[in-house]
Design a protein around this ligand. Sequence first.
Ligand code: ADP
Ligand code: ASP
Ligand code: MG
Length: 815
Amino acid sequence: MIVLKFGGTSVANAENISKTIAIVSNKSNDDKLAVVVSAFSGVTDLLILAGKTAAAKDKNYKNIVAEIEQKHKAAIDELIPLTEQTEIINTINSNINHLKTLLDGCYLLGEISIRTADSVAGFGELLSSQIIAVALKQKVSNSEFKDSRELIKTNSNFGKASVDFEKTNKLIADYFDKNSNQVVLLPGFIASDTAENSTTLGRGGSDYTAAIIAAAVKASILEIWTDVNGMFTANPKIVKQAQPIENISYQEAMELSHFGAKVLYPPTIQPVLKDSIPIFIKNTFEPDVYGTLISKNPVSNTNPIKGISHIDKIALLTLEGSGMIGISGSSKRLFETLSRENINVIFITQASSEHSICIGILNSDADVAKEAIDTTFEIEISQNKIDPCVVEKDLCIVALVGESMKNHQGISGKMFSTLGKNNVNIRAIAQGASERNISVVINEKDVKKALNTLHERFFEDNTKQLNLFVMGIGNVGEKFIDQIAQQKKFLKDNLKINLRVIALSNSRKMLFDEEGISLKDWKNEVNNGETANVNEFISRVKALNLRNSIFVDITADYDIASIYDQFLSENIAVVTCNKIACSSKLENYKKLKSLSRKYNAPFLFETNVGAGLPIIDTLKHLIASGDKVNKINAVLSGSLNFIFNNFSETYNFHDVVKEAGVQGFTEPDPKIDLSGVDVARKILILIRESGYAMEMEDIENNCFLPQECMETTNNEDFFKSLTKHADHFNNLLKEAKAKDSRIKFVASFDNGKASVGLQFIPKESPFYNLEGKDNIVEFYTDRYIEQPLIIKGAGAGAAVTASGIFADVIRIGNV
Ligand code: ADP
Ligand code: ASP
Ligand code: MG
């Protein structure tokens, strides 16, 4: 005999019920079946709500009952031919009338007893099973309905009654012995006590009903049919990458379900364990998928971790004080107190000093628990031997489960370091002696991040998901996004990096998509996005709390440069081509660096100097390996280089500067380049990265622009002033010709002093042949004494800058 159980979604409406019936009818050809069904999806919740509403003297309970009635009648209409409906409609009417009478009573009394509440909650299964039994009879004529309350006997612990297995097993075995029908259909969840009152087996208890029947008839298999493809490596609603576990042991499945894998009600395994009846978890909507087989000796794969589960709405109670030490019986008194209050303890840790004991219970039990514990230890508290019980709410337990964890070292280390890297604070830890489970208590706000990052670490072949929040989608930003779209697959296949763009914003519009923005039509999507708002952008990035979040600043904006601290202090990495932050006050630069260290959030700005050239990275490696930079000579402005390389008798200064702007080689405000400010910022950053403390004011700026050009306040006036002072620029050109040299804007640092300014470079210098928009940097260090370390190449342009940003992002992915 096979026992099948169909959950709430499998019987949510006529369409789903037809799928359920098709599965049952197929199987009934080969075996005798007991089929247990849940209430239609959502109906138990509605019934409980109706009870509470009536007890609160709110007439709305009548509307709730009407909604329930309507759902069931609609199913009858669709499933059962009109001519056959009379009897079932009468049955449903009589059930609904009974329900109404109970609720009317609650309304009149203004209260609901636990006994009545249990009767009310059980109507869902009663209604669903009677309708499905009639519909099934159309397809399988030798089938019948049996009310589980006549077979499953419990105590009177209403809400979650305990089964009297002796009586129950006998009743079930006798009934099925005598029964000759091929299929018996029964309601899950409900049972009855010795006085024939309706009881229930606890929320999600239909799984348990099926297991009780399976054990009593010694079924060959118990099948739990639900709405997912089995028991997953993590809750598939929270972890998109979760996969069904094909084979799992009873103990592992029990551990996962106890720690929140709702797909199986935790007590379900216990009845079938004795006879090792295998449990299959199958999907009603994809019946051909294998599902999960829970058995005694599962075929195991090499991963010692089977799954990750979690329970939310947890409170942590800590009882501590010198009075706990050495006095046997403190924990006994603590647990007795909780048991007296009917409070379920989910998690326990005790420091080996015996100084404190920490327990995890449901949030909803916390206040009662605290009061009871403080009363129990009243005397010790008044003598200051024990502190009043401390309660922390809104926490969550995350558990790693796997039978063979005990044979593998370093799993907890991996778990803690993965959480630590993502700034998930661990409040408490417990590991069972069986080593089948390691659980940690964390803040509820971190649960999604914790589950996903742990799943990635233990199940996803080390694929790392990076989540980008991009601010600034102009020239460079556009190239950057194109590069991501182009490289996405390569990164996944070769570097195991899953790069996702979660947000895009310019100064007008912003677009967020938690699942990752499809980069096909992003420009249009951003244009149709919401109005941009920097503060809103920041709060959304924080609230999403995604693992490996990276804020990418592709603006040249002062305000944006001033928000990095808000990201870094939330463990969100910052990648920026905007030079403002790193060249701001030394104190600010140091603060950002220290936040980055403190919160383990990378802060990378390779493109601040020389666009995509690996200058800062090289410098970092020199310093890390113990070298010391003594002198730097550099041409760091691709824009000025482009301008002076093209400026000639036939191509006037004004036009060259304009062209440089058109080609994207200058800052949006070209005066920043021409005044030398941009180069001063860059050499300042290199000096700071070399380990020297310096401020912007300490850099001597030998500006070559006439005063009047410097004083302009907008681009238009600036360009006019360039034409007006054409002679000044032409004279520079003449002087260079006369000296047989070329004009370069050079930045230097030597002996603790830094300067920037125009120089006439003679032919012998390596700077002489610097073409186009190239940059060059010479580092003279303790190891590179006579011949400097030279880095040279294109130092401006949207594509190379974008690739420099890209490289920083990948650096984070490779950490
Ligand atoms: P049913 O009504 O069929 O009994 P439940 O809602 O009780 O279904 O359980 C199935 C749900 O359990 C899934 O839809 C899924 O959201 C949730 N779930 C939580 N953790 C897991 C897990 N590890 N594997 C599968 N499902 C899980
Ligand atoms: N209908 C009950 C509940 O929602 C039992 C079940 O579905 O398993 O809790
Ligand atoms: Mg369930």
